[in-house]
Design a protein around this ligand. Structure first.
Ligand code: AMP
Length: 143
């Protein structure tokens, strides 16, 4: 199964935020949309960063609630690891485990075309395991 297969099931919508938006705005979006991260995009829709709930919790712990008025650009991670639609679930799992993050934006020819979360990866992998199990049962039954 590939990233493209996952996107064809969940869709290509990605919630983005501007680097000049405040952390309070990011918190509102994360809470209302029940997601864990926002891709930060510039005026030309290019990815300039990613901000996750963990970044915000860390900043709140370090600096207190005053950070809620600061721009997202000051808290986001700038070096974003992305993937392409043709990559496999196994490759994405490896990237998430190696980088210790749970979100990977999908980029095609410089354009943001989706996002894969750890939840998507686990769901897809469970589906694959179920299929493999069914195939094995059928093989044993008809052998
Ligand atoms: P997460 O596990 O996605 O909540 O993110 C944990 C940390 O990794 C946070 O500092 C995020 O800003 C950062 N992060 C999340 N996704 C990515 C990514 N695709 N590339 C680089 N850093 C990321």
């Amino acid at each position: 199964m590939t990233v493209k297969d996952i996107l064809s099931l969940k869709g290509s919508q990605v919630l983005t935020i501007e680097p000049t938006a405040t952390l309070a705005m990011a918190v509102k979006m994360l809470a209302q949309r029940r997601i864990g991260a926002l891709v930060v995009t510039g005026a030309d829709h290019r990815i300039v960063g990613i901000i996750s709930e963990r970044d915000i919790v860390r900043m709140l712990d370090e600096r207190g609630t005053v950070v809620l008025d600061t721009p997202v650009a000051e808290t986001m991670t700038r070096k974003v690891v992305t993937c392409a639609q043709g990559e496999t679930i196994a490759e994405i799992m490896e990237r998430m485990t190696g980088g210790k993050f749970r979100h990977v934006p999908v980029v095609e020819q410089g354009r943001l075309v989706g996002i894969i979360s750890i939840g998507d990866v686990v769901k897809a992998r469970l589906g694959e395991l179920e299929q493999e199990q069914d195939a094995m049962r059928e093989y044993i039954r008809t052998a």
